[in-house]
Design a protein around this ligand. Structure first.
Ligand code: PMP
Ligand code: GLN
Length: 386
C-alpha cells in the first residue's frame, strides 16, 4: 500500500473554508443560509436563453487561451466607460475561471519566495494561502471589524524593501466598506513611491450604495500601470456557479500572467463567454444592480432593527456586518454555529477573515436573498435568547 508519510502539506494551517463549513452546517440543520455569499435568485431568462443559443450553436470546444474575443472587447468597453482607461483586448485582458483564478494567477505572477505582500484584514479567505503557496509572506494591516477608515500611516509603516505588492478589495468583503477617491489616491502615491504592484479585487464593482461611486484602480493612471484588476460576473449577473471572471493588466504583466493561466486552466467555459459578451451589450443589465441590492440592504436593516445589533449600513457588496457586543460576550465562531443550530439562521463569523481570530464580536449576513427569506431570518433572530 502507498504510504502517505512523505506527504508534506503546503498549507498546513488551512482547513475547509468557512463558507463551505457554514453552508454544510446550514443544510444539516435546515437553517436559512445567510452565510456563504451567493444569490438566492436565478440569473435573467435572457441570459439563460443566450447560453442555450451558444450551446446549441456549436460553441462547445476550447475557447482561445486568453478568452473569447467578443467578451474581451465587451469588458474593454465597459471598463473604459467606468474608468476612462482603455485595456487592449488582445494583450491586456484575460478571461479566467472566476476571480479566484485571476487572484491566484496574479499573485503567482509576481510573488517569489521571501517577497512580502501587504494584506488588509479582515481579508477574503483566498489571499493569504495563495501568497504562501508562492513562498511569499503576508504582512497585515489590521482594520477593525466595522472597517471605519484605512490608516494610511499604518500601511506606510509595514512597507519594507521586500514588499512587492499590496492587495486591495473594494467594495469590501466582509465589511461592505467602499474606498473613496482619497483612499485610492493614497494607495497610488504609496505604490508609486515604493514601486509596488497592486492586486485589486473588484468583484463587487457594480454593488455600491447611497450614491457612492466605485473607484476602479483603472481610473488612476499610476495604478492602472501596476495593477492586476480582478473581476467576476458571478456577483454581477447572479451566476456564481459559472465561475467566469477576468484579469486586466498592462501588456507586459498580462504576458507573464498568461504563462501561468495557460497551464492552470488553459481556457474557460466557451458558450458562457459568448453569452455574457452579448448580454454586456446592454449596460442596464449591470447598472441596475446597486439599486436592486440597496433595497435588500434596507429591508434587512429594518427587519433586524430593535434586536440589539449595532449595524453600520453596508456601503457596497451584498454583505451586512453586525456587531452583537451589546447582546452577548460569546466568541463569534461559537455564536455563528449556535445561531445556525438553534435559531436556524446561518451567518459568517468575521473572525474567520483575520489571521488571528481575536474575538471580534461581529457576524456577516449575506442579503442577496429573496425579501421573504430575509424577513423570516430576522424574525428568527428576534426570538433568540442571548
Ligand atoms: N473576491 C471576493 C472579495 C469574493 O467575495 C469572491 C467570492 N465570492 C471572490 C473573490 C471569488 O470570486 P469568483 O466566485 O468569481 O471566483
Ligand atoms: N465569496 C463568497 C463569500 O464571501 C464565497 C465563495 C466561496 O464559497 N468560496 O461568501
Amino acid at each position: 500500500m502507498f504510504s502517505t508519510s512523505r506527504l508534506k502539506s503546503k498549507l498546513p494551517h488551512v482547513g475547509t473554508t468557512i463558507f463551505t463549513k457554514m453552508s454544510r452546517l446550514a443544510e444539516e440543520h435546515q437553517a436559512i443560509n445567510l452565510a456563504q455569499g451567493f444569490p438566492e435568485f436565478d440569473c435573467s431568462p435572457e441570459l439563460q436563453r443566450l447560453v442555450d443559443k451558444y450551446v446549441k450553436g456549436g460553441k462547445n470546444q476550447y475557447a482561445p487561451m486568453a478568452g473569447v474575443m467578443s467578451l474581451r472587447e465587451a469588458i474593454s468597453k465597459k471598463t473604459w466607460e467606468a474608468s476612462g482607461h482603455e485595456y487592449h483586448p488582445e494583450t491586456e485582458i484575460t478571461i479566467t475561471s472566476g476571480a479566484t483564478e485571476a487572484l491566484y494567477v496574479a499573485v503567482s505572477t509576481i510573488v517569489n519566495p521571501g517577497d512580502e505582500v501587504v494584506v488588509f484584514e479582515p481579508a477574503y479567505d483566498s489571499y493569504v494561502p495563495v501568497i504562501e503557496l508562492n513562498g511569499g509572506v503576508p504582512v497585515f494591516v489590521t482594520l477593525d471589524a466595522q472597517y471605519e477608515a484605512v490608516d494610511w500611516n499604518a500601511v506606510a509603516a509595514v512597507i519594507t524593501d521586500k514588499t512587492v505588492a499590496i492587495m486591495i478589495n473594494t467594495p469590501h468583503n466582509p465589511t461592505g466598506n467602499v474606498w473613496s477617491q482619497a483612499d485610492m489616491q493614497r494607495l497610488a502615491a504609496l505604490a508609486e513611491r515604493h514601486e509596488l504592484y497592486v492586486i485589486s479585487d473588484e468583484v463587487y464593482e457594480h454593488i455600491v450604495f447611497d450614491e457612492r461611486k466605485h473607484i476602479p484602480a483603472a481610473s488612476i493612471p499610476a495604478l492602472a500601470a501596476r495593477t492586476f484588476l480582478c473581476g467576476s460576473f458571478g456577483k454581477t449577473f447572479h451566476t456564481t456557479g459559472w465561475k467566469l471572471g477576468y484579469c486586466l493588466a498592462p501588456a507586459a504583466l498580462t504576458a507573464e500572467f498568461r504563462k501561468i493561466h495557460q497551464f492552470l486552466v488553459f481556457s474557460v467555459v466557451t458558450p458562457f463567454q459568448f453569452a455574457v459578451a452579448e448580454y454586456l451589450n446592454e449596460p442596464a443589465h449591470y447598472l441596475s444592480l446597486s439599486a436592486f441590492y440597496q433595497e435588500k440592504r434596507d429591508l434587512f436593516l429594518n427587519a433586524i432593527d430593535g434586536i440589539g445589533f449595532i449595524a453600520k449600513p453596508s456601503q457596497g457588496s451584498f454583505f451586512q456586518n453586525v456587531s452583537y457586543e451589546n447582546l452577548t460576550d460569546q466568541n463569534d465562531l461559537i455564536l455563528a454555529e449556535r445561531l445556525t443550530k438553534e435559531a436556524k439562521v446561518a451567518s459568517i463569523p468575521v473572525s474567520a477573515f483575520y489571521s488571528r481570530p481575536a474575538g471580534y464580536k461581529t457576524l456577516r449576513f449575506c442579503f442577496a436573498k429573496n425579501d421573504e427569506t430575509l424577513l423570516r431570518a430576522a424574525e428568527k433572530l428576534r426570538k433568540v435568547v442571548w
